[in-house]
Design a protein around this ligand. Structure first.
Ligand code: HDE
Length: 722
C-alpha cells in the first residue's frame, strides 16, 4: 500500500471468496509500501538527521535519550530469523494454476474441477542441505513447493524434483539430515553430500538405494528451475462427491523439458555465480517471460495397487509411468517476482497439511510424520502461532475461528465471544459438517506395534528399474558421480559398505565405481579402462532383473535424455566480441535467437560499446562459459585477432566444447574456434561437426538458422576430447 493511498483490509467476513488470478496480488498490496519522500521512524515521527547520533558536545558521549538511534539499532539487532532447518536456500515467485481438464470423476475439490479457473499460487524452489547463504547448484535434491490460494483455503503440494525419498519412516528424518549436513565438529562440508557421515548413514540404510540412484543422476543438477520436474512424492488420495476414493501421484512437467548441468559445470557455477538459478528466475520474469509446467496426475484404485509387487504407501517407490501414464490436466505459470524476498520468500510457510476438501492423506508413514513437522517448525522459524496472518501465508478464503491473542496478533476480533458452544453469538462461527473438510472414512484395524511393513522390504528392485531405464550417457554420469562422492569419503569401511549395495543394484556399475576407488572388481568389468568406448558400450547393454516394479524391466518417464521436450526458450547464448566485430552478424544472431525465445548476450574483451549497436554488459573477465547455454563467435578480422590473444576466450570455447554445448562460429570467428584447444577434437569430428553441435561457416544466415535448434538440443554428448 502506498503511504498516500489509504486502504483498509476488508473485515474477515467480507474477504473475497471469488478467487481470480489477481486476488493474491491485490491481497498482498494491502500491506505493501513504497519508499516515501520523508524519512520517519516506526512511530511516524519525521527524522531530522539519521546519520549522526545525539551527543553531548561535538566529541562527547552519545545520549541515551536518542530514541531515533535506539530504534534503528534495536530493529537491526533483531532482523534475522532462524533459517529453515532443511531447504534453507531457496527462491520463489508468484503465478497461477489453471485447470485444463476436470477431475470431477475423482474429486470434488473445486481447484481440480473448475476448468479454466486461474488460482493464484506462490512457488518456492530450494536445495535441501545447504545453508541459506550457500550456492544454487550443489548436487542435491531440489524442493518444489507450491501454495495454491484456493477459494476453499490454501492447498500446498510440498514436493521435490525427484519422485521418491531416502527413508520410509519420518522418525528417521533427523538422522538423515544430521548425516548430510556439515559434520558437527568442524562444520564441513557446506551443501555437499560427499562426506563420511552421509555415506555412513546411507550405507546402513538400504531403503535409500532407489533415491540414491536419482541423486547420482544429473537430476540433482538442474540447469534452471524452469527445466526441472516436480513431484508430490507420496501417494495422496482423491475423494469424489459420491465419497469414492482413488489414489493419486502429483507431477509437474516443465514445458521446456527437464535438462541439467554436468557436475564440473555445476561446481564452477557455485563460484562464478552462486545465485545462478535464482537470477535466471528473476530475470526471466523481470523481462516479461514466464516459467511453465504442466500439472500431471497418475490416478489408480486401491484394487489396482493391491495387484502390484510394491506398496504405494512406500515413499521409496514410484508408480512406473508404463503402469499408470501421467495425465496432464492443468498448467502452472510463474509470472510475477516478489516485491520483497524476506517478506515473501523467506516468510512463506508450506505445510503438507494444507489440504482442501476432496483431497486427503494416505497412510504413507513419511507423509504421516510430515503432518506434524511443518506446523511445528514454523513456530521456531517465524516465532509466533500467528504466522498464518503474515500476508504471504494468509489464505484468500475467509478465516473465522475462536483462536485469539499470542505474539504479534494482527487481527482485531470484535465481540465478547471466543468460544464454542455459545448462546451469545448464536453458536457462530458454526461447524459445517459435511460442507467442511471431511476426512475420508477409511477403515483401519491393527495392533499397536513399532514395525516396518513387510511390503516395504524390497530396497533394490526399483533402483535396478531406474538403472535399466537410463541411456548410456546417463549411466556414465551416474557411475562417475558415485565414483566422485565415494572417493570423498575418508573411511574405507564406509566406501566398502556402499560398494556392497551398488553390487546389488548393478554389477557393471559397481565394478566401475570399485575401479575408481582402487578396490577389487568382481569380473563384470574387464580391462579396467574406465573411459574407453568398449566400457561405455558395455555399460549401455548392462541391465539387471528387477522386482518391486509391477513386472517391468524398464519404464518411461525416468530418463533425462528420452522423451524430453527440446526448446530454445529461456536459453542464453554468449556472443564473444572485440572491437572490429561484424555488428550486422551480432544483430542477426540476436534476432534469430529472440525469435526462438532465447537470448544473445554480448561478452566483450572490455565493457561498453564495442561497435555501433554492439554493447558489452559482460566481459571475458566477469563472464564464463558455464553461465551460458551456447557460444557464438561472429566474424570480423580485428575481433578474431583480439580474441585469439585472450586465453579466457579460448578457455570459454574449450569449456563449452567439454560440457557438450553448441558452438557456432562465423567467418573469421571460425579461425578462433579452429585455433582453440578443441582443434584436435574438431579434426576427429571431420564431416560430422553439425551432428555434434558445432556450427561453423562463412554464411552467417546458414549458421544462425541452425543455431536455435542446436541450442534447443541442450547438449551433444560423445564429442572426442582433445
Ligand atoms: Fe520436508 N521439511 N520433511 N520434505 N520439505 C521442511 O518445513 C520434513 C520431505 C520439503 O520452500 C521443513 O517449513 C520431515 C519430503 C520442501 O519452505 C520441515 C520429513 C519432501 C520443503 C520439514 C520431510 C519434502 C521442506 C523445514 C520426513 C518432498 C521446503 C522448513 C518425513 C515430498 C518448503 C519448513 C519451503 C521443508 C520436515 C521430508 C519437501 C522441518 C520431518 C519427502 C520442498 O518441517
Amino acid at each position: 500500500m502506498d503511504p498516500d493511498r489509504s486502504a483498509t483490509p476488508p473485515a474477515l467476513d467480507e474477504q473475497p471468496t471469488d478467487v481470480t488470478e489477481r486476488s493474491k496480488a491485490e491481497d498482498l498490496d494491502l500491506d505493501t509500501v513504497s519508499a516515501g519522500e520523508q524519512l520517519t521512524d516506526n512511530m511516524g515521527h519525521v527524522v531530522s538527521d539519521d546519520q549522526n547520533t545525539l551527543r553531548a558536545g561535538e566529541r562527547g558521549p552519545s545520549l541515551l535519550e536518542d530514541f531515533f538511534f535506539r530504534e534503528k539499532i534495536h530493529h537491526f539487532d533483531h532482523e534475522r530469523i532462524p533459517e529453515r532447518v532443511v531447504h534453507a536456500r531457496g527462491a520463489g515467485a508468484h503465478g497461477y494454476f489453471e485447470l485444463t481438464e476436470s477431475l470431477e470423476r475423482y474429486t470434488y475439490a473445486r481447484v481440480l474441477t473448475e476448468v479454466g479457473k486461474r488460482t493464484p499460487v506462490f512457488v518456492r524452489f530450494s536445495t535441501v542441505a545447504g545453508f541459506r547463504g550457500s550456492a544454487d547448484t550443489p548436487r542435491d535434491v531440489r524442493g518444489f513447493a507450491v501454495k495454491f490460494y484456493t477459494e476453499e483455503g490454501n492447498w500446498d503440494i510440498v514436493g521435490n524434483n525427484m519422485p521418491v525419498f531416502f527413508i520410509q519412516d519420518a522418525i528417521k528424518f533427523p538422522d538423515l539430515i544430521h548425516a548430510v549436513k556439515p559434520e558437527p565438529h568442524r562444520e564441513i562440508p557446506q551443501a555437499a553430500s560427499a562426506h563420511d557421515t552421509f555415506y555412513d548413514f546411507i550405507s546402513l540404510t538400504p531403503e535409500s538405494m532407489h533415491m540414491m540412484m536419482w541423486l547420482h543422476t544429473d537430476r540433482s543438477l538442474p540447469r534452471y528451475f524452469s527445466t526441472m520436474d516436480g513431484f508430490g512424492v507420496h501417494t495422496f488420495r482423491l475423494v469424489n462427491a459420491a465419497g469414492e476414493s482413488h489414489f493419486v501421484k502429483f507431477h509437474w512437467k516443465p514445458l521446456l523439458g527437464a535438462h541439467s548441468l554436468v557436475w564440473d559445470e555445476s561446481q564452477k557455477i557455485m563460484g562464478k555465480d552462486p545465485d545462478f538459478q535464482r537470477r535466471h528466475l528473476w530475470e526471466t520474469i523481470d523481462e516479461g517471460g514466464t516459467l511453465e509446467w504442466d500439472f500431471g496426475v497418475q490416478i489408480f484404485s486401491a484394487e489396482q495397487a493391491a495387484e502390484w509387487d510394491f506398496d504405494v504407501l512406500d515413499p521409496t517407490k514410484i508408480v512406473p509411468e508404463d503402469l499408470v501414464p501421467v495425465r496432464r490436466v492443468g498448467r502452472l505459470v510463474l509470472n510475477r517476482n516478489v516485491d520483497n524476498f524476506f517478506a515473501e520468500t523467506e516468510q512463506v510457510a508450506f505445510m503438507p497439511t494444507n489440504l482442501v476438501p476432496g483431497i486427503d492423506f494416505t497412510n504413507d508413514p513419511l507423509l504421516q510424520g510430515r503432518t506434524f513437522s511443518y506446523l511445528d517448525t514454523q513456530l521456531s522459524r517465524l516465532g509466533s502461532p500467528n504466522w498464518p496472518e503474515l500476508p504471504i501465508n494468509r489464505p484468500l478464503a475467509p478465516v473465522r475461528n475462536n483462536q485469539r491473542d499470542g505474539h504479534m496478533r494482527q487481527t482485531i476480533n470484535r465481540g465478547r465471544v471466543s468460544y464454542f458452544p455459545n448462546g451469545m453469538a448464536g453458536n457462530k462461527p458454526d461447524q459445517m459438517g459435511e460442507a467442511g473438510f471431511v476426512t475420508y472414512p477409511e477403515e483401519v484395524r491393527g495392533t499397536k506395534r513399532r514395525v516396518r511393513a513387510e511390503s516395504f522390504s524390497d530396497h533394490y528392485g526399483q533402483a535396478r528399474l531406474f538403472w535399466n531405464s537410463m541411456t548410456p550417457v546417463e549411466r556414465e554420469h551416474i557411475t562417475k558421480s558415485w565414483a566422485f562422492e565415494l572417493s570423498m569419503c575418508e573411511l574405507r569401511e564406509v566406501r566398502l559398505r556402499m560398494l556392497e549395495h551398488l553390487y546389488r543394484v548393478n554389477e557393471v556399475m559397481a565394478d566401475q565405481v570399485a575401479l575408481a576407488l582402487g578396490e577389487e572388481t568382481r569380473g563384470a568389468q574387464p580391462g579396467g579402462q574406465q573411459d574407453s568406448a568398449e566400457e561405455t558400450a558395455r555399460l549401455a547393454r548392462a541391465t539387471s532383473p528387477t522386482s518391486a516394479s509391477g513386472g517391468l524391466e524398464r519404464t518411461g518417464g525416468l530418463s533425462l535424455e528420452e522423451d524430453q521436450p527440446h526448446l530454445a526458450k529461456g536459453r542464453k547464448v554468449a556472443v564473444l566480441v572485440a572491437p572490429g566485430v561484424d555488428a550486422a552478424q551480432v544483430a542477426q544472431a540476436r534476432q534469430a535467437l529472440q525469435a526462438a525465445g532465447a537470448k544473445a548476450e554480448v561478452v566483450g574483451t572490455r565493457l561498453g560499446q564495442i561497435e555501433p549497436g554492439v554493447e558489452a554488459k559482460k566481459t571475458l573477465t566477469n563472464a564464463d562459459s558455464v553461465l551460458y547455454d551456447a557460444v557464438l563467435i561472429p566474424g570480423g578480422a580485428a575481433s578474431a585477432q583480439a580474441l585469439l590473444r585472450r586465453p579466457e576466450a579460448l578457455h570459454f570455447i574449450a569449456e563449452s566444447y567439454r560440457h557438450a554445448k553448441p558452438i557456432a562460429a562465423i567467418g573469421e570467428g571460425e579461425g578462433v574456434l579452429r585455433a582453440s584447444p578443441v582443434a584436435a577434437g574438431l579434426q576427429a569430428l571431420a564431416g560430422q561437426e553439425q551432428e555434434f553441435g558445432i556450427l561453423a561457416g562463412d554464411e552467417a544466415a546458414q549458421v544462425l538458422r541452425a543455431l536455435p535448434d542446436a541450442v534447443a538440443q541442450h547438449r551433444f554428448w560423445g564429442r572426442p576430447q582433445a
